[in-house]
Ligand binder design. Structure first.
Ligand SMILES: [Zn+2]
Length: 107
């Protein structure tokens, strides 16, 4: 069986058509599926930073953040059957979420 290569319609990466869904590569599928949670994560992360500078109790926000991370992990596992790959995807999404606060800062 020959592997048909297609371009992901989002990031433009060339991938095997068997790994795409609706024309999206796995990376983009993951990114889209956790987009709302990533925004929520970024929001909580900024909130915690703000509280921290006010010496407020950040314990509760910390728990909220880990709950969001758990939900992100669950969604990623649904899309990525391979455990190691799923962890890698989660790591990447969390890095993106944590980096997001810098780009949104001041808005
Ligand atoms: Zn893609």
């Amino acid at each position: 069986m020959s592997t048909l290569l297609v371009f992901c319609r989002d990031c433009g990466k060339q991938v095997a058509s068997s790994q795409t869904k609706n024309g999206l590569c796995l990376d983009c599928q993951v990114r889209r599926s956790v987009a709302d949670l990533r925004d929520e994560h970024a929001r909580l992360w900024r909130k915690r930073e703000r509280y921290r500078t006010q010496n407020a109790n950040v314990e509760q926000i910390g728990r909220q953040i880990s709950r969001v991370e758990d939900r992100m992990a669950m969604r990623i596992r649904e899309l990525v059957p391979n455990e190691r790959e799923a962890i890698e995807q989660l790591r990447r999404e969390l890095e993106a979420a944590r980096g997001q606060r810098y780009t949104i800062k001041g808005v």
